[in-house]
Design a protein around this ligand. Structure first.
Ligand code: ASP
Length: 319
């Protein structure tokens, strides 16, 4: 669970404007969990500024006709560079005080997908996942294999593992180790998009869970659990207790309810988050093939934002 202690209420700007299906739609998240409302105003505003910048980047690209795939990668790269979020630069520490990064991406046009787990020296794990999807015969590389595949990609930015060090994450690790805390700092970033050509894509990236055990893999890089996209249904990115999201194949379950059960995105997302998962497990963002947006969580809060081509703009942390 994301243990960020906050103190203010969420800011949300009004939703939909014009009628009819929007020409494009998108949503982003920056993690779900126990987000206290006792947050200094400047910290809260910092989160809002980061979410707004990432959302507006995606909205601008979609408005200009970019593909959903390019948008979800670009937006997640932006969030990976932001130390506020547990992905890329702001990744949490493992129990050995290193960083092991997980990411996945999926193209709803073809069900092509790519994922990496345990990456250590790639600045933007989401771009490594995209290269796995587009430039390898496989869909998922782990640890040394992910690093070896990265070595073959000359245009991929590499960094020392210490690049991901931050004081606030180290303090969280020390707290967990000293107090043997069961509730550990988590978080993830994600983006889902519908482009003007009617294609969907999803991307998810994370540092996982503070003090995670050697080799532990959460849902974020598991296609069908933490990420899924299918042009026939929806694109989904998840955040929360990875083990639960894997058990319930959360991202795919939402798509399957639409495809096989005839449910709307709102019905499917509500059922999976509030009936299948348990309270405080986390949340999801999703966009459907008709431009419907869902941002549903059963935790105290979820950093999130959304936009569509009809003028909808949203930004929120709590209900
Ligand atoms: N789902 C991530 C994991 O289990 C963490 C999170 O989203 O909070 O690795």
């Amino acid at each position: 669970m994301l243990l960020v202690l906050f103190a203010a209420s969420c800011a949300a700007t009004p939703g939909p404007t014009g009628g009819g299906a929007p020409p494009w739609a998108m949503a982003i998240h920056g993690g779900a969990g126990v987000i206290s409302k006792d947050l200094p105003a400047e910290v809260r505003e910092g989160y809002f500024a980061s979410l707004t910048a990432a959302r507006d980047l995606g909205a601008r690209m979609l408005g200009e006709g970019a593909s959903a795939l390019d948008v979800v990668e670009a937006v997640v790269r932006e969030l990976e560079d932001d130390p506020r979020f547990n992905a890329g630069r702001g990744a949490v520490y493992t129990a050995e005080a290193t960083h092991e990064l997980d990411a996945s991406i999926m193209d709803g046009r073809t069900l092509a997908c790519g994922a990496v787990t345990g990456a250590r020296t790639v600045r933007h794990p989401i771009s490594l996942a995209r290269r796995v999807m587009e430039r390898s015969r496989h869909v998922f590389f782990s640890g040394d294999g992910a690093e070896a595949f990265a070595d073959t990609q000359a245009d991929l930015e590499r960094v020392e593992n210490t690049f991901f060090d931050t004081d606030h994450r180290r303090e969280a690790l020390e707290r967990v180790l000293a107090e043997r805390q069961e509730v550990r700092e988590r978080g993830t970033v994600g983006c889902v998009a519908l482009d003007q050509a009617g294609h969907l894509a999803a991307a998810t990236s994370t540092g996982g869970m503070t003090a995670k055990e050697f080799g532990r893999i959460g849902d974020s890089p598991v296609v069908g659990a933490g990420c899924y996209a299918n042009d026939a249904t929806c694109a989904v990115s998840c955040t929360g207790s990875g083990e639960e999201f894997i058990r319930h194949c959360v991202a795919y379950a939402i798509s399957a309810r639409m495809e096989h059960g005839g449910q709307s995105l709102a019905e499917a997302a509500h059922a999976v988050v509030h009936e299948t998962l348990a309270p405080d497990d986390g949340g999801i963002i999703a966009v459907s093939h008709t431009g419907e947006i869902a941002m549903v969580f059963n935790s105290k809060g979820m950093f999130r934002a959304a936009a569509d081509g009809n003028g909808r703009r949203e930004l929120a942390i709590w209900e």
